[in-house]
Design a protein around this ligand. Structure first.
Ligand SMILES: *Cc1c(COP(=O)(O)O)cnc(C)c1O
Length: 379
C-alpha cells in the first residue's frame, strides 16, 4: 500500500543504487567468503520485492529470512537464489518449506528429528542449515546436541547440511572478548562437519575484518545503510530517505508551551513547522523533545531543510510532529514543502539514538502511509 503522491503526508525514497553499492562493499569485506543478504522483516522495511532482485542482479546468491512467508516472497523475486528460513521449522511447516524450495535453519534437536523424518518419508535427504548456540543463549543447538546430530546416522543420513552456523552476541563491539570465546567454540564444533560451509558473521562481524567471515556472511542492517559497528563512522550509504510534508507553520511567543502535555516552553518568539508524519508512521514518539518518561536524554531528533538543521519541538503526535523553523527565513519555507526526517542529511541512526533505540527499529517500523519511490540501481 502506497499513498498517492499528492495525498501522502510523508514520502519514502528507497535508493536501490545505494543498496547495491552497500552490498558490493560488504561483499568486498567478506571476500573470499560469499556475501548473503538478510532480507527478513520485508528487507528491513525497504521491500523484499524490490530489494531482492536488485541484490540478486548484483551477484547475491543466498538470502536469509525469519519466516516462511517472507521466504516465499524471496523465491518469487529471485527464483534462482537459495533462501534460508532463520526462525526454524515449526511443526506443520515441513511440506510448504519443501514445496517452496526453502531451506530451514534447524535450531533444536526436535527440529532436526522432524526434518530428518520428513526427508526419510520423502525418500531423499533434504537441504537444511544447522545452527549452534555458541554462547549467546538465544537460539540454536547446544554443542552437545550438535554432536548428537553429527554422530547419529539415522539423523545425519537424511540431511543435506548446507550450512553450519552460529550468531555472535557482541560483534558490534570491535574486539569484544565474548566474540573470541564464541569463535573458538564454533570452530571446535565445526570440525564435526568438515565438508560443510560455515557462517557466523552479521554486518558487524563482516565489517570488523577479523577472520569472522568464514564461508558465507549474513549481511543485514549495513545493506540498508544502518550503522553496524559501535563507535566507528559507518562506511555505508543511506538507502531509506524519509521526508515529511509541512501541513502548517505556526508561531508562538516566549513562554508559550507547545504540544501534548505542554512539555516544552518556548524560550523565544518562534515559528514551528508541523509535518504530516507521526508515531503512527513509525516516527517514534520517544524521540520527542523533553519530557518523555523513561528516556534519559533530552536531545530531540533533528530534521533537515535547505541547509538548516531543524530541532524537533514538543511531543511527536500520532499523525504529525513539529520542528523549530524560526531560523529559516520566512520566504524560504512554506506549507507544502518537504522536510527530511532522515536520509542523506540526517543519519537514521542519529534519529534512532534520540529515541533511545537503534536504526534497525526505525527501518523495520517504517510506516505504510508513505508514498514509496524506488530509485533504480544503475548496474
Ligand atoms: C538478523 C540476523 C543477521 C543480520 O544481522 P545484521 O546485524 O542486521 O547484519 C544475521 N544473522 C542472523 C541469525 C540474524 O538473525
Amino acid at each position: 500500500m502506497s499513498a498517492h503522491p499528492d495525498l501522502a503526508g510523508g514520502r519514502l525514497t528507497i535508493d536501490l543504487g545505494a543498496l547495491v553499492a552497500n552490498y558490493k562493499l560488504l561483499a568486498k569485506h567478506a571476500h573470499p567468503a560469499k556475501c548473503g543478504a538478510v532480507v527478513k522483516a520485508n528487507a528491513y522495511g525497504c521491500g523484499i520485492e524490490q530489494a531482492v532482485p536488485a541484490l540478486a542482479d548484483a551477484g547475491c546468491e543466498t538470502f536469509f529470512v525469519a519466516l516462511v512467508e517472507e521466504g516465499i516472497r524471496v523465491r518469487k523475486a529471485a527464483p534462482e537464489a537459495r533462501c534460508f528460513v532463520l526462525n526454524g521449522l515449526f511443526s506443520g511447516a515441513e511440506k510448504v518449506i519443501h514445496e517452496r524450495g526453502l531451506v530451514p535453519v534447524l535450531n533444536t534437536l526436535i527440529q532436526v528429528e522432524r526434518w530428518a523424518a520428513f526427508a526419510k518419508a520423502n525418500g531423499a535427504p533434504l537441504p537444511c542449515a544447522l545452527q549452534m548456540d555458541s554462547g549467546m543463549r538465544r537460539v540454536g543447538m547446544s554443542p552437545a546436541d550438535i554432536e548428537r546430530v553429527a554422530n547419529q546416522s539415522h539423523l545425519r543420513d537424511h540431511l543435506d547440511i548446507q550450512l553450519f552456523m552460529t550468531h555472535f552476541a557482541c560483534a558490534d563491539d570491535i574486539g569484544h572478548p565474548k566474540t573470541d570465546v564464541q569463535q573458538e567454540i564454533f570452530e571446535q564444533a565445526s570440525t564435526l562437519f568438515p565438508d560443510v560451509p560455515r557462517s557466523a558473521a552479521n554486518s558487524a562481524a563482516d565489517l570488523q575484518a577479523s577472520g569472522l567471515s568464514y564461508d558465507l556472511v549474513r549481511a543485514g542492517v549495513a545493506l540498508y545503510g544502518g550503522e553496524a559497528l559501535n563507535d566507528v563512522p559507518s562506511p555505508m550509504q543511506p538507502v531509506a530517505i524519509l521526508e515529511g510534508r509541512i501541513m502548517q507553520i505556526t508561531s508562538g511567543d516566549a513562554g508559550d508551551s507547545v504540544g501534548y502535555g505542554g512539555t516544552e516552553t518556548l524560550t523565544r518568539k518562534s515559528r514551528i513547522a508541523y509535518v504530516s508524519v507521526g508515531y503512527a508512521d513509525g516516527y517514534l514518539r520517544s524521540s520527542s523533545h523533553m519530557g518523555v518518561p523513561l528516556r534519559a536524554v533530552t536531545q530531540p531528533a533533528v530534521a533537515h531543510f535547505k541547509g538548516h538543521t531543524l530541532k524537533g519541538i514538543g511531543r511527536i503526535s500520532m499523525d504529525m510532529c513539529g520542528f523549530d523553523v524560526t531560523d529559516v527565513p520566512e520566504d524560504q519555507i512554506s506549507e507544502g514543502d518537504w522536510i527530511e526526517l532522515f536520509g542523506t542529511n540526517v543519519a537514521i541512526d542519529d534519529v534512532a539514538r534520540a529515541a533511545g533505540t537503534i536504526g534497525y527499529e526505525l527501518l523495520t517500523g517504517l510506516g505504510h502511509r508513505y508514498t514509496r519511490t524506488y530509485l533504480e540501481s544503475e548496474s
